[in-house]
Design a protein around this ligand. Structure first.
Ligand code: NAD
Length: 355
């Protein structure tokens, strides 16, 4: 079944991992190694069934290939999902069993953190595998990738704001709505609020909201997603799960810019046009949220935050370039971004087969 799926979806390799003693059920998907080893995080999530997990990992690994390509990294795209409730099912045994599977791929796949996994977990996985990033800083790792993810999203927001309004303007003139105040959304919200922007957030986890209220000056809480979407916003920043933008949510959105950290924000391929038709500028998710992978990729050669931050600073130029190319070619930004990523993968794949 994996072979058929892999052929149909364009993936190079899909690996189903079962280890009964630890209860591990995971899937590792490698979309492309055209540019180098496939780097992408491990999502630990209570999927309703294996099919849902497979659909997610196929989509996410493809997204990583595009993200790494457009970020200029010498890395392909991959992703892993562990099926289970991280709060209940995570154990040393399970993480080490997962590490054995990562190791078995001999460097074709390099893992990192994602939703439900943290640097401390990567430290455990790294006891079984050499192909792990996002480890704790005390162990020489890059640590929490939310640091440069939030940094990159802010730069993307500035580039998008300049495109729409001519300039980003004074922070206090901007009203930003953020869905999800977890690792990335919280940092984004705090930085924007500290700069003086009006920040409105929504989260389904009361603990995340309590923390936001306690630590983010002046933050406003929207009781539900609809209240957030219809609030008077300049920018909507999806920072929770994927798929938040669909026909219904786009029709309610008051913002002129969508720019956030979540992967796969558009529920399907029709949504980019819906946004465009409403005059809402969409900064492609994998372009502006590449700061995290830039941060963990730096760990491969020995982590240096200054170097990684400089590299993440380029997200501003890349986002501007996508808007420029989109306008020049008369295509939406998502199309312009995909063209650039696909061209780099195809061109370098061809060159790299020449001896
Ligand atoms: P996280 O798990 O720390 O935070 C996600 C937050 O969203 C949590 O507080 C959760 O309660 C909330 N949430 C979940 N479903 C929600 C819903 N339906 N409505 C409102 N809130 C909801 O994850 P994170 O690391 O902050 O990542 C956020 C998003 O950004 C994810 O989609 C992730 O894949 C993506 N991303 C993260 C990084 C990174 O470096 N952490 C990098 C690139 C992309």
């Amino acid at each position: 079944a994996a072979g058929v799926l892999s052929r149909e979806s364009g993936h190079e390799q899909v690996v189903f991992c079962h280890e009964p003693r630890s209860g591990l059920r995971a899937i590792i998907a490698i979309y492309s190694t055209a540019l180098g080893p496939a780097l992408g995080g491990t999502r630990f999530y209570p999927y309703a069934c294996e099919e849902d997990a497979l659909a997610d990992v196929l989509e996410l690994s493809k997204g990583m290939a595009y993200k790494n390509a457009i970020a200029g990294l010498d890395l392909g795209g991959g992703k892993a999902v562990i099926i289970g409730d991280p709060e209940r099912d995570k154990s040393e045994m399970l993480l080490r069993a997962f590490g054995r599977f990562v190791q078995s791929l001999a460097g074709r796949y390099i893992t990192a953190c994602d939703i439900g996994t943290f640097s401390a977990d990567m430290d455990v996985v790294a006891r079984e595998s050499s192909y792990v990033t996002g480890r704790s800083t005390e162990l020489g790792g890059a640590g929490d990738s939310a640091v440069l993810t939030a940094h990159g999203v802010l730069l993307g927001m500035r580039a998008a704001g300049e495109q729409v309004w001519g300039r980003w303007g004074a922070p206090w003139q901007r009203r930003i709505g953020i869905q999800g105040v977890g690792k990335v959304g919280f940092r984004l919200a705090r930085t924007l609020a500290e700069e003086g922007a009006t920040v409105i957030v929504h989260d389904v986890d009361q603990r995340a909201l309590d923390r936001a209220r306690a630590e983010i000056p002046g933050v406003q809480i929207a009781p539900d997603l609809d209240a957030l979407l219809t609030a008077d916003l300049d920018v909507f920043a999806p920072c929770a799960m994927g798929g938040v933008l669909d026909e219904r949510t786009v029709s309610r959105l008051s913002a002129r810019v969508v720019c956030g950290a979540a992967n796969n924000q558009l529920a399907d391929e029709t949504v980019a046009k819906l946004l465009d038709d409403r005059g809402i500028l969409y900064a492609p998710d994998y372009v502006v949220n590449a700061g995290g992978v830039i941060q963990v990729a730096d760990e491969i050669g020995g982590f240096d935050l200054v170097r990684a931050t400089k590299r993440a600073d380029r997200i501003y130029d890349v986002t501007r370039e996508i808007f420029r190319r989109g306008a020049a070619d008369r295509v939406r930004p998502d199309v312009a971004a995909a063209r650039i990523a696909e061209a780099r993968m195809a061109d370098l794949a061809a060159v790299r087969t020449v001896h």
